[in-house]
Design a protein around this ligand. Sequence first.
Ligand code: SAM
Ligand code: SF4
Length: 348
Amino acid sequence: MTGLPFPSVRDHPATPQGLVGLPDQFGRVARDLRVSVTDRCNLRCRYCMPAEGLPWLAKPEMLTDDELVRIVAVFVGLGVQQVRLTGGEPLLRRSLVDVVGRIAALRPRPRIAMTTNGVGLDRLAAPLAQAGLDRVNVSLDTIDPQEFADLTRRDRLHDVESGLKAAAAAGLTPVKVNAVAMRGINDHSVAELLQWCLDRDYELRFIEQMPLDAQHGWDASTMISAGEVRTRLEEHFTLTPLPAADRGSAPAERFLVNGGPQTVGIIASVTAPFCAACDRTRLTADGQVRNCLFSRVETDLRGPLRDGASDEDLAALIQGEMWRKARGHGIGTEDFVQPDRPMSAIGG
Ligand code: SAM
Ligand code: SF4
């Protein structure tokens, strides 16, 4: 340690000395790092951001490639085994292929995944796979063009379909599709989306809408719950739950569809939170470490890094942030307060 007076070290006075890896006070260990490589986006999904977009980060506020890769390397040194690139829309970062290549060159090499809306993936899937990307999750909430345009406020369904095809062709398999069902928009077409994914061998996972939209418009009473999605799917398919033991820290409850082998996942992030098994940690595009999507605090790494912090200094800051991770997100309790940063700025 250099002993530089970083304010965030003083924020974590209770962090024990001599920690190894990224444990928290409740015994969980973070091994899955989500990196937001940009907060910008080319879609405007209703559950995420307003029609006019958001005040994006200015370039000097964002981590440079060198800074980003250096911080990821510190995380890998702390035991991170999987790095997921997200955003905002990660494909909008021009240097993305290079960043993937540099993360793939780290040792031990982490698995590298990406969550994307798929726009532009037709062009980038092959170079990304070549650079070392292992897996991709493409967000697609409906295959009805009108519903897609209504939900994302952009007419880009065709680009997403081409992106998915390119991902499969590039070997980024199994290609996963993430969907959020919104009442009155796409909730009636969830079975249609599943059939479409089964026909193409994409693995579909539904996720409950969470209170992370920039507009603070989330409403528990209108949210489509995991139970409701399951009921709607069961009107058309036989779903057989896979044993919970197969899940590990993965949040999705998985079901064999019509006896298998294809599956569908349903993530009850709000109604049955998986906080007790959470192994995630997050880095924002402006260099803040967050121990949870719903955390209302974060630890700045960019300032210390630009002020000359060593890798050991950065590691200690990350460990302090993770140690104070709360037991659960508390959505639905009186104490819950939605974080100021929206999902697109945290990295979903
Ligand atoms: N732009 C990329 C995309 O859409 O895949 C990556 C960032 S996006 C924030 C990551 C994931 O978060 C997407 O699958 C998206 O559907 C999901 N998401 C965004 N807002 C959400 C919300 N309020 N509740 C649940 N999921 C949300
Ligand atoms: Fe963009 Fe992804 Fe948010 Fe949709 S969910 S607006 S694609 S960041």
